[in-house]
Design a protein around this ligand. Sequence first.
Ligand code: SF4
Length: 211
Amino acid sequence: MENEYRKWYGEKRCRKALESFGEKGWNTFYAETPEEAKTILFDTCLPKNVSVGLGGSETLKVMNVLPVLRNGDYRLYDRYNTADHFAVCRESLMADYFLTGANALTMNGEMVNLDCSGSRVGAMAYGPARIIVAAGVNKITAGLDEAMARVKAIAPMNCRRNSHKTPCAETGICLDCNIPDRMCNHLLITFNAKKFAGKYTLILVNEDLGF
Ligand code: SF4
């Protein structure tokens, strides 16, 4: 059964964080559930007949966005259905829209992401005209120190999810590996979104999504 106090607390945290992101130039939306987030995404944020790139995201998976994106109303760079993942990720750097999750979002309105190849953070920093981030309340941290700790703490789970042959994918503990499969390669902190008006959108969901 859903805990009403946890839900209340989560909403307060989401709305406070969204206020900070709004002050830094983000378009912001609050959603109670992944289903509501999906409705906001497709009814309000993402127009039809645009090209769409994707960042790997457990949150987008929970929102079940792929069937809609594949239905013909969008030109999807489908990283999950290709023989050449690298080529699709490169092409999606020029998409009209880029949909992704986030590793950490601070109460001060900063977003922190850590990548292996850089295909996601590259797109989030520059390329696609619009970036839409969907994330659960569990991604919110007090500030950048906690965000950095969070990003490192979840790295072993991301390695295991993506079948990276890293020591942490077996032990759950970071050994600061120095091997080709290392995931912790590119760190992006998005401090502010006012450079290009309307470029960044955040849909924050009052549920724990992804990790
Ligand atoms: S540096 Fe290597 S061992 Fe540490 S979390 Fe990243 S991928 Fe895992």
